[in-house]
Design a protein around this ligand. Sequence first.
Ligand code: SF4
Length: 380
Amino acid sequence: MDELRNLLDAFGAIADHPEKTALAWKEKTGGKVVGVGGLDIPEPLVHAAGMLPVVLLGNEDEVTLANAHVEMHQCGYIRSLVDLALKDKLAFCDELLFHDCCHIVRMLVDAMHTYKDGIPKAKFAYFSPLLEYETAQRYTASEMAKLRDTLGEAAGKPITDEALSESIRLFNRQKKLFQKLYALRQAKPGVISGWDMTQVVAAGMVMPREDSIPMLEKLCALLEAAPAPAAPGIPVVVHGSLCERCSRSVLDEIEACGGVIVNDDLYVGSKYFNTLYKEDLAPMDALLDAYLHRVSPCPTRYEERDPGDYLAQLVSDSGAKGIIMVVVKFCEAHDYLYFTAHRRFEQLGVPEMLVETVHEGAAEGQIKTRLQGFFEKLGV
Ligand code: SF4
């Protein structure tokens, strides 16, 4: 058991301090670190250029310096990232690369560059949010090709197809290990807590992916050997928390109130790894295919399918009794997705609860009371 706890703590330390791992990697390899915003950035392109992609997740520290420059009615993720930049805590990044997924992200970059000197000029990936049209798909393919050139220039060497194919295989290996971990959790509910799982995924999003593989393999082996907890609780799925880690207090409270998380559709969760790259396609085609056919619906793009159908299916496939929708306050895109999904849940009879989170001072008492009521209804 100590071995498991030690390993989970090692993941947690990496997730909490990505800069330490990134700086150690930089010293060892002499490579550049690329701070990445958005799950649609094709990370294998960064890796194939010999650089380390570190997904920027912000943190739960109090926002102070950014309050002078960013309105309180912007999402906590953006306020946190601007604050980190102003406090020199993104200085470990040699490059910044954001997906132009919402207008708030553009504001983030403007604020960072206006109020802080010495921050690398952020690059943007402009991929079409419309997925159904052939013209949009062609446009996105040409933007990905441009991004390949841009990253090659930043790295000082062009990205070859061979290197890209190898990187794709590596990222797929990591994704499959995450999928295995999730399957183990679903088979033995409660074998790993919601927060520990979040930290495992967060670490995998920031550390050298090669180094994450043996750690994830070890974790799979330990969870396979661990006994299934007796009476783990009422199984639920958790969704949301764009573009950050789901707050520890929310995840812990779900478990304290009698629930057990058997699956998720979280940003730092299955959204990161449930779309595999097709290794039988040419590598650039595989990146485009993954963008166009993302498994989990993303609120920042237009899709014909109803996100409620996807989430209801996730609940049913996971053997869950309901779903907890964690929506970050002031994320307009997610608000729209929430109301669409909510309507569908009502039609399908899927028990659902909304938890709205803010960066500072989440109403923990109120959330706890409402969670208790939700689990009572589900039959705790
Ligand atoms: S998608 Fe939502 S959470 Fe992410 S940066 Fe935009 S407003 Fe913030």
